[in-house]
Write a protein of this length. Sequence first.
Length: 72
Amino acid sequence: MSARDPAEGRWAIIAIVRIAAAAGAVFGLVLAGRAVAWGPKILGIAIILSALFMMAVVPRALVERWRSPPGP
């Protein structure tokens, strides 16, 4: 029985984070686009901005956290 490589699971988590952020941005875009009042439009824009921030920052932070220490 072979041991499972932890890099596969970490790669999957990073991919899921990116997909969730993209889905959040699409949801915010739909919310902002279909809203009539200003409250939901502002909420949609806030969701879009936070999803874009999540898409840019979280995967890089996970990569830095899981990076192997430099060898000798």
